[in-house]
Design a protein around this ligand. Structure first.
Ligand SMILES: Cc1cc2nc3c(=O)[nH]c(=O)nc-3n(C[C@H](O)[C@H](O)[C@H](O)COP(=O)(O)OP(=O)(O)OC[C@H]3O[C@@H](n4cnc5c(N)ncnc54)[C@H](O)[C@@H]3O)c2cc1C
Length: 436
């Protein structure tokens, strides 16, 4: 561990204190199943559960312990948004498409809420709302208009908070007002994943952790799937590997760029500080290319703040310091706060930043959540399963062609740090313009 007082004491996710990923017993790999699912994160488990309950035999394989990918490392913010803004999607595809995606987000958030309630999942789900800060008054006006459209057209409880009323939501003067979405909240991702795994196992899903899939080949009308612990035949295959996609699925690998996202957690803060900085204990975010996302821990004692991490190897100190600086810019009184945790995980970016559900050469894929998969991954995973079952319920705005391949890319994202630096420069210039 680093001796630097500004570093965090632990490099493992804060969530793993209460819910470490489980090492499952290594049971024999069956000779044959109806469906093989690759990846045991939110998407893979959600799909497997639907399939098992529909009477299919399902084997799920994960190269790591189930959940050890992004699903137990994320911020737990149940956003169900997509990266391009409502205004950007409307401009590019028209307002009808933009509203269609927002409507699916609304359905997907409701699906998540009902899933947690109906299955009795203990995961600290808190539908507390989300505040998004505006960097300048022009941005505030655009965001306020988008909130009004969502409220009027889709009945989403969304409203603008002017600068003068901001401290009722967040104890900072950094923003120039913001918007609130009452339909967004938070959960404990480690507990949520552990609970999904419990329910999937109880439904008869055969989950094989620490068993990498190394290749998938056609075999008559079905497939042969090679794994680290033997081969298995399957009628259908669903790939849910998102930011951890590797050369076992080269078609997907060429279409998704893994990018690190990192979160820091403060040590416990006094209750009066939390009351001042996060009076409503809402989830928080902002409108920049490399915007921070942040939230109180479920017990309301810590602040967790996340953002992009431009490093590619090891666990360097620099990205932790960058997040620290972001935290101090928002909350100057936290400049010397001590950090309990700093960890990272991979998100998966595709070229148009829209999640995808598609088929290629008979293999189905559900991936590309672009850093927003707590709502989308369980939802898109379940839609993928319904499509495998041939059911109407598989309809989704994200069911379409595969995302475009990234030219010349074969799985080594050496260019990501340069792209992140470019975005940081754009953010810097946009911020200066916004504050002129
Ligand atoms: C730090 C961080 C913060 C985030 N914060 C938020 C947030 O606040 N809100 C939000 O909505 N989203 C957030 N996200 C995104 C969200 O976590 C992901 O979109 C979501 O977890 C993706 O789920 P998944 O099942 O598709 O993939 P994952 O959970 O990443 O699972 C993919 C699995 O595939 C396995 N795998 C890969 N290749 C193979 C192979 N060949 N054989 C077998 N297994 C394989 C991996 O081991 C991995 O476990 C965050 C992500 C990160 C990393």
């Amino acid at each position: 561990m680093s001796q630097d007082a500004r570093a965090a004491r632990s490099a493992t996710p804060y969530w793993w204190e209460a819910a470490p990923p489980a090492a499952l017993p290594q049971t024999p790999v069956p000779a044959k199943v109806d469906v093989v699912v690759v990846g045991a994160g939110f998407a893979g488990l959600s799909a497997a559960l639907v399939l098992a309950r529909a009477g299919r035999s399902v084997a799920v394989f994960d190269a790591m312990r189930p959940g050890e990918g992004a699903s137990s490392r994320n911020g737990g913010i149940t956003s169900g948004n997509i990266r391009p803004s409502f205004a950007a999607i409307s401009k590019r595809f028209g307002e009808k498409v933009a509203l269609g995606i927002e409507a699916e987000g609304k359905t997907a958030r409701e699906f998540l809420r009902a899933f947690i309630a109906d299955e009795g999942l203990e995961c600290d789900y808190q539908p507390v709302g989300n505040f998004k800060g505006a960097l300048g008054y022009d941005q505030y006006d655009t965001m306020a208009r988008a909130a009004e459209t969502l409220s009027k057209r889709l009945g989403i409880e969304a409203y603008a908070v002017p600068h003068a009323e901001q401290t009722g939501y967040i104890g900072t003067d950094f923003y120039r007002g913001g918007t609130v979405r009452k339909d967004i909240g938070g959960l404990h991702p480690g507990k949520f994943h552990a609970e999904m795994l419990r329910v999937a196992l109880a439904a008869g899903v055969d989950v094989h952790g620490e068993t990498r899939v190394s290749g998938i080949s056609r075999d008559g009308t079905g497939f042969r799937v090679a794994t680290a612990r033997g081969e298995i035949a399957a009628r259908q295959v669903l790939v849910c590997t998102n930011g951890y996609t590797d050369r076992a699925t080269p078609y997907l690998q060429r279409r998704l760029i893994p990018v690190r996202s990192r979160i820091i957690a403060t040590d416990d803060l006094p209750a009066d500080v939390m009351d001042r900085l996060m009076p409503r204990r809402m989830m928080m975010g902002e409108n920049r290319q490399l915007g921070f996302y942040y939230r109180p821990s479920p017990d309301g004692r810590k602040i967790l703040l996340g953002g992009r991490d431009a490093s590619r190897r090891g666990d360097p100190l620099e990205p932790t310091l960058r997040l620290r600086a972001g935290l101090a810019q928002l909350f100057p009184e936290l400049e010397n706060v001590t950090l309990s945790h700093s960890w990272f995980g991979n998100v998966a970016m595709n070229r148009d930043m829209l999640p995808r559900l598609f088929e290629h050469d008979g293999i189905r894929y559900a991936s590309g959540f672009c850093g927003s998969g707590v709502v989308w991954a369980p939802w898109v995973g379940s839609r993928a399963a319904h499509r495998l079952l041939g059911a109407e319920a598989g309809h989704s705005a994200f069911a379409s062609r595969a995302p475009a391949a990234v030219p010349l890319y074969r799985g080594d994202p050496w260019f990501v740090p340069a792209i992140i630096k470019g975005y940081a420069l754009q953010d810097h210039l946009a911020f200066r313009r916004a504050r002129r």
